[in-house]
Design a protein around this ligand. Structure first.
Ligand code: DGL
Length: 273
């Protein structure tokens, strides 16, 4: 084992889809996962709020002595990557740049939070590598609140998904990127609604492959899947700013086990008092 500890953060359970891919590729890797669930969702917040949240969350992770930051949240990645790199004294890995460099299609759709879609960050990054790519970014404000509430079977979710996919399909996209880490949890539904010819891409795969340069190449190539199966969580610590019970309950289906979760307070004023 490389002895490094990776700090990951998200507003809630979404970043677990990144943690899952990381642990599938690097079993037993020590990780600290912070869910800022007291402030979920991030996607409806202003750029200023998102930047100040990112600074606070990353400062807290750095205080916990981690060796690298994984922004397991596209919204902060889109609006505050520069904040992250200026606050962190360790390497910072983002999803957007990681996947942008692997894009091989001409017409690409992105499903994302409203804030990420508005920022245009996916289009900007993809065009750095493919200047003529057509990128259609679709904000999906209903997804995160419904996923956090565990409403995966709610018929409204299907209707919303159809509504969000329709402009992308009208633009004849060849691939749809899951531009929010909560969305891989909707993969079965999205696969059902998309024609087979449209690729569904989880940026976490490109990010975890990029982490090989820090963590070393995995000894055994693993089939990556978002379906629950036993993961080695022995080196993981889970912290939340909201309810530990609610997070542990929501995390269980995605980790295959109910994690031990600690409650933490981030706000600078609370830490000082
Ligand atoms: N899962 C995060 C993302 O990738 C944040 C979603 C939210 O809190 O709105 O954007």
């Amino acid at each position: 084992m490389n002895g490094l500890r990776i700090g990951l953060f998200d507003s809630g359970v979404g970043g677990l889809t990144v943690l899952r891919r990381l642990l599938e590729r690097h079993p037993g890797q020590p990780c600290l996962y912070l869910a800022d669930s007291a402030r979920v969702p991030y996607g409806g917040r202003s750029p200023l709020q998102i930047r100040s949240i990112a600074a606070e969350v990353i400062s807290w992770l750095i205080e916990q002595r981690i060796d690298a930051v994984v922004m397991a949240c596209n919204t902060t990645n889109a609006l505050a990557y520069d904040v992250a790199t200026s606050v962190a004294n360790v390497p910072v890995y983002g999803l957007i740049d990681s996947v942008a460099r692997t894009i091989r299609w001409q017409r690409v759709g992105v499903l994302a939070t409203a804030a990420t879609a508005r920022s245009g960050a996916y289009a900007d990054q993809i065009r750095r590598y493919r200047p003529h790519a057509q990128v259609h970014e679709q904000g999906c404000p209903q997804f995160v609140p419904m996923i956090e509430a565990g409403r995966l079977e709610d018929p409204m979710l299907r209707r919303e998904a159809q509504r969000y996919l329709s402009p992308l399909l009208a633009s004849r996209v060849e691939a749809v990127l899951l531009g929010c880490t909560h969305y891989p949890l909707l993969e079965p539904l999205l696969c059902e609604l998309l024609p087979d010819s449209v690729a569904l891409v989880d940026p976490a795969q490109a990010l975890t492959e990029r982490l090989d340069s820090l963590l070393g190449r995995p000894e055994v190539p693993l089939h990556l899947s978002t379906r629950p199966r036993p993961l080695d969580l022995s080196g993981c610590r889970f912290c939340v700013t909201g309810s530990p019970e609610a997070f542990a309950r929501a995390a269980e289906p995605w980790l295959g086990t109910r994690p031990m979760v600690e409650s933490v307070t981030l706000r600078a004023e609370a830490r000082a008092s």
